[in-house]
Design a protein around this ligand. Structure first.
Ligand SMILES: [Zn+2]
Length: 266
């Protein structure tokens, strides 16, 4: 008798997409490093930024090779950032969760592409406070195209989502500029929320904005407490938008029905 709740089965449906995701994650590391520099993401193969030596193929295993090499280049011993295996592990986890939620489907594949774009955007924004148009703008088009296939998002919903996502942040930024004379939200955030709207629809935009503002406010408060009020820590908003979108993708319906239950008393 086949019992699908055996822990062994769960482990396999977790591990296989995790490994696939971790391999993609090591490609995302290349994208995070090279896209802002305008370099090709295909050639040349990865090499040590210090001595330029190529990573031998047998050591090019995500996460594991970092551990085997103890985080150092195999020829010059220069340390590699722990962020490389962290991005690989994060991508692996998100691939596994996507597979577990959406099953072996086109939807899972589309959402995994979406999540991969969010990972690249998050780390580039953390490093450089920019969100490259070469990711967000094709992302808007791809999200809209995907709505013709996706089960959870209709074409109209995607269109309203991308217009709403792009428009609402533009209005906030415009209002902020009028009120303070300062540049608040970056144009990159606006295009990112348009991309999120294209993939998740208008409800996704609302929940993403809500969750990201909440997470951003908490983080800002903690940083202010830790570094003092005077410190002007530029916190990029892109990673919070990305986090909000991820939460919506995995827990959106639950959060929305919980909120409706609370608000209506049912
Ligand atoms: Zn080296």
């Amino acid at each position: 008798m086949h019992d699908s709740s055996l822990p062994g089965d769960n482990l396999i449906i977790f591990i296989i997409p995790f490994l696939f995701g971790a391999v993609v994650g090591s490609f995302l590391n290349v994208c995070i490093y090279r896209i802002p520099l305008g370099m090709s993401i295909v050639t040349p193969p990865s090499s040590c930024p210090n001595c330029g030596s190529r990573v031998p193929f047998y050591l090019n295993v995500p996460i594991l090779s970092y551990m085997v090499l103890a985080g150092k280049c195999s020829s010059c011993k220069a340390p590699f950032s722990a962020r490389y295996p962290a991005v690989e592990a994060l991508t692996g986890l998100l691939a596994a969760f996507t597979f577990m939620k959406f099953g072996p489907s086109i939807d899972a594949l589309i959402y995994f592409v979406f999540l991969s774009a969010l990972i690249v955007i998050t780390f580039i924004d953390l490093d450089l406070q920019i969100i490259p148009d070469v990711i967000s703008l094709p992302g808007v088009a791809l999200g809209f195209a995907a709505s013709f296939v996706l089960l959870d998002v209709t074409v109209l919903d995607s269109f309203i989502g991308l217009a709403f996502g792009g428009g609402i942040l533009y209005l906030i930024a415009f209002g902020y500029h009028l009120a303070t004379g300062q540049e608040g939200m970056g144009g990159g955030d606006i295009k990112l929320l348009a991309m999120i709207g294209a993939f998740l629809g208008w409800k996704g935009v609302l929940l993403t904005l809500l969750l990201s503002s909440f997470a951003g406010a908490i983080t800002g408060g903690v940083l202010m407490y830790a570094f003092g009020k005077g410190s002007k820590h530029a916190i990029p908003f892109g990673p919070f938008l990305a986090l909000g979108a991820v939460l919506h993708l995995f827990f959106g319906e639950k959060l929305i029905s919980w909120y409706i239950m609370r608000a209506t008393g049912f």
